[in-house]
Design a protein around this ligand. Structure first.
Ligand code: NDP
Length: 502
């Protein structure tokens, strides 16, 4: 409920006011004579025009178009042997949450039903601070080295000259980065075009760490399975939805919650010990911290944790969604990072993006503010409310009254990284970029394989021939049938030597 509304949705303030609270008696522009000109002294009009010019904040470079709601997370299973996270400490414990879903590549006006990855972010307002799970509806990502992230996003956005999205640019990048093949296969599979946000799974995608009360660390991956079932549009259905409704996912989510049909997800985790991680790499050749890889369910089963329900729409979209700021760096005791290079980069870049687009004190906005007390020596800056700090000391260590001390019981255990060498390691060599993409392809039935190949050929067909041939090699390496089908849809005769290279 906004501060300006009473419980029955009537404004608390009985009349219009200026931003400073002065009553406004008339909203016709003040002019010299009925035809103008205007007067500088019509300060209420000037204020309105000036504020209007500043209504927009920079849109997110990625995940610009989004929808979300508030909800509740309830623990259903005890996983305290893996983590000391307070909000997971006992069955039945409830935590307030905020969720934001999004498309990724399109701008704020993009259509919801486009083929794209979907963002899947959750803020848990725990008693030990906010934990943000900032993931996607896919368990993997296109690249594994953060240097490639901004480059990759540029290929999904607009060409610098034509200002058009460009299939040649996208496939040029993908064909030069075979680590993208797994995620490309998901994107062009039937899951690439969800019916709405209620019908997607969410994945933390990165590997994270859990730390228990004995300060033992295990690696983990987060999964949120939709209880509404996965539902996707086939291409013709998606196209006709977009023709009549560009806001289909926003509408679906908002109306369901408004009607009391609360969507929910089952939270599950996969667990890997350090010795399992070493064995996994020996057995498979896959780095367990590589964001382009999953951990097979058969080897690392899902453990159920709890239920997440969305049950309250935002009252004000801008204040509570546009300014909602999620960052993978928002950890709580018991949940921490892993060596995943992409995660390590995101730990900096998300909070930095919020400081740019929302402001240095974005944590102080109601929607982002932890529901537990906050104290540190960060001070001032644009729009600082000083609410939590007041006159208390702004430095540490301090012997002055009102300075809390650090709490050693929350200190993370050390990481033993052995004889680590600091260097720039080539992220393109010694990696298997094909087996998991091929495993996914082999799960699809004949019709799904055909749709996948048709969609890929539809987009790849716009790329230069050189790009098409380079990318075809990747499909062949994942599975000869994958390559043959795409080649056939492109009308390309496969030279024998390519079949042999596959
Ligand atoms: P499993 O047979 O145990 O798992 C297959 C999983 O594939 C299903 O559980 C489902 O995940 C997911 N899936 C089904 N259709 C699609 C699709 N069109 N796009 C993406 N995912 C889909 O095998 P593995 O664990 O060995 O994984 C095999 C492949 O499945 C992987 O290479 C990966 O592409 C995909 N996958 C694996 C996940 C994992 O964590 N192991 C998670 C998601 C996908 P869900 O139950 O999450 O819906």
């Amino acid at each position: 409920m906004s501060n300006n509304m009473s419980d029955n949705n009537q404004p608390k303030c009985p009349y219009m006011t200026t931003a400073d609270g002065a009553p406004i008696g008339d909203q016709n522009a003040m002019t010299a004579g009925p035809r103008g000109p205007l007067l500088m002294q019509d300060v209420a009009l000037l204020e309105q025009m000036q504020h209007f010019n500043r209504e927009r904040i920079p849109e997110r470079v990625v995940h610009a178009k989004g929808s979300g709601a508030f909800g509740t997370f309830t623990v259903t299973h005890d996983i305290s042997k893996y983590t000391k996270a307070d909000f997971l400490s006992e069955v039945g414990k409830k935590t307030d949450t905020l969720m934001r879903f999004s498309t990724v590549a399109g701008e704020k006006g993009a259509a919801d039903a486009e083929r794209d990855v979907r963002g899947f972010s959750i803020k848990f307002y725990t008693d030990h601070g906010n934990w943000d799970m900032v993931g996607n509806n896919t368990p993997v990502f296109f690249v594994r080295d953060p240097y490639k992230f901004a480059n990759f996003i540029h290929t999904q956005k607009r060409d610098p000259k034509t200002n058009l999205r460009d299939n040649d640019m996208q496939w040029d990048f993908w064909s030069l980065c075979p680590e993208s093949l797994h995620q490309v296969t998901i994107l062009f599979s039937d899951r690439g075009r969800p019916v709405g946000y209620r019908n997607i799974n969410g994945y933390g995608s990165h590997t994270y760490s859990f730390i228990n009360n004995e300060n033992e660390r295990v690696w983990c991956k987060f999964h949120f399975k939709t209880n509404q079932g996965i539902k996707n549009y086939m291409d013709d259905e998606g196209d006709s939805v977009i023709a009549s409704d560009r806001e289909s996912s926003q509408r679906d989510l908002f109306e369901a919650i408004e009607n009391g049909d609360f969507p929910s997800w089952t939270m599950k985790v996969q667990i890997m010990t350090q010795s399992q991680a070493e064995q996994f790499e020996k057995d498979t050749g896959w780095n367990p911290f590589d964001l382009t890889k999953v951990w097979p369910h058969a080897d690392f089963p899902l453990h159920e944790v709890g239920q997440l329900e969305l049950n309250r729409n935002p009252e004000n979209y801008h204040a509570q969604m546009e300014q909602a700021s999620f960052s993978p760096s928002a950890f709580v005791p018991g949940i921490g990072p892993s060596p995943d290079k992409m995660l390590q980069a995101r730990l900096m870049s998300y909070a930095d993006a919020h400081r740019y687009r929302v402001g240095n004190n974005y944590h102080q906005l109601e929607v982002n503010k932890p529901k537990c007390p906050v104290f540190n020596s960060q001070r001032d800056g644009v729009m600082a409310s000083a609410e939590d700090y007041g006159s208390r000391p702004n430095y540490w260590p301090s012997s002055r009254a009102g300075t809390p001390d650090v709490a050693p019981e929350f200190k993370d255990p050390a990481w033993d990284l052995g004889q680590t060498i600091v260097d720039r390691f080539d992220s393109t060599v010694d990696h298997d970029d094909y087996t998991q993409a091929g495993n996914l392809f082999r799960m699809f039935d004949d019709d799904h394989r055909d749709r996948l190949a048709t969609r890929i050929a539809g987009a790849l067909g716009d790329a230069r021939e050189e790009v098409q041939m380079r990318q075809l090699c990747h499909f062949f390496r994942a599975d000869p049938d994958y390559g043959s089908r795409v080649a056939q849809k492109l009308g390309i005769q496969i030279p024998d030597e390519m079949m042999q290279h596959a």
